[in-house]
Design a protein around this ligand. Sequence first.
Ligand code: MN
Length: 507
Amino acid sequence: MAWRDFLELKLPERVLVFDTTLRDGEQTAGAALRPADKVRLAEALADLGVDVIEAGFPPVSLGESSAIKEITGMGLGAKVCVLSRCEKTDIDAAAKVEPEWIHVFIATSDIHLQHKLRLTREQAYEKAVSAVEYAKSYGFTVHFSAEDATRTELPFLLRVFKAVEEAGADSVDIPDTVGTALPLAMKKIVTEVRNTVKIPVAVHCHDDFGLAVANSLAGVEAGAEIVHATINGIGERAGNASLEEIVAALRFLYGVETGIKFEKIFRVSRLVEKLMGITVPKNKAIIGDNAFAHESGIHVHGVLGNPRTYEPVMPEVFGRRRRIVFGKHSGIHGLESFLREHGFTVDREKVAKILGRIKEFADSGGKVSEEIVLNYAEEVYGRRSQQRSYVKNLFLMLAGNVFKAQVDLMVAGELVTGDGEGASAVEAALNAVTNAAQRIADFEIIDYKIHAPFAGGQSSEAEVVLASGGVEFVGRGIGSDPSLAVVSAFTSAVHQLLFEQRRLETE
Ligand code: MN
């Protein structure tokens, strides 16, 4: 990075990742986890390498507290933390689920004190101190947050932090509760807090102005050693700071380590998306569909020559793959490489003709899929691609109350057949295509999504994500029916997987 030559930063060697996907993340409007899913996510987070898992807030519900209790009993590699107000009853409820960490908090800003808690500053100060003392008496590692810290008068904030340190708190946290801090302000606040207390300092940032990650990193620049974050940046309102963005920036821009295993990020992101029901935007850094996709001819040419021209980090680092998308911005080089991969010899005139048709179709508003490009290529070359993968037949049948499916797939020139059953046509089709694909490839199904419009005449779209050897393969398919779309997406993912294996074998 050129700026390394003129910028001097004093940074902690390692930053602790405090994951709050299961607490603040679950507070996202419309998100709720079944206890079993909460447990499953906790396991995935520990496996990802987060240091602390904030598992929830026991007083919320019976399901919540029993899920947390199960999580604390699992012996995960991460410390398990629970949230608690500065109330004895909350701390007692926390003790019942036996976490190692407790996160006690109280608001310190005048607006929260006057309009929410109806407490004076002195009352809040006393409550904070006695809650920390009481939590310590249980032997917890105590993490103390001054809610709305960035809107709290600084001398009062420092006085509270100093007092809770003396009461035994093990770390203090600066929440930017409504996301209104500037990076420079965050830096100043962290600096002041670090000059006041000796215990580690954390930051907890929200994205109301799109600054959550920038503010978290500014905190680290000023010496914060703990960062609160959520997978996919989910959380109240506009969300919390994105874990994946923070750890990637720390590692690849700052050179600061965390315990996160990068190659597992995408998988955990998909799991959170699915279980929380909060869709990740296409253009989201690191984990979005388009984070490693290229369409414009100029960019594709650059990336094919040397990926570093337009990719700051290789997609494989995050267990992902580059995606070349065809559309009106496509150029000759990307198309040539696609044609070679599909068994066509490159002929300038034919390539130009196919490119013309791609642009014409895109100009008319069409979405150019690989399927469409292959159709054009086969027409122009006057022969079928030997390597083509497609759905030859899909038979669906309702027998009593069970759906049965049988598929015949052509995968890279080989015919494979499979069958399956399910409670719905899609499930039966998915089981059949899995059964067929397992005959020729080793993989795990990570995720699938189907978009089936109600309007007649519109096609269904599906996406299937498979993993093999630590890399994800995303297949997309279109069909007149959701079952056909999902089978076609699956076939495309298996196709990519086989090509990748062949490429690795010949390397
Ligand atoms: Mn929060």
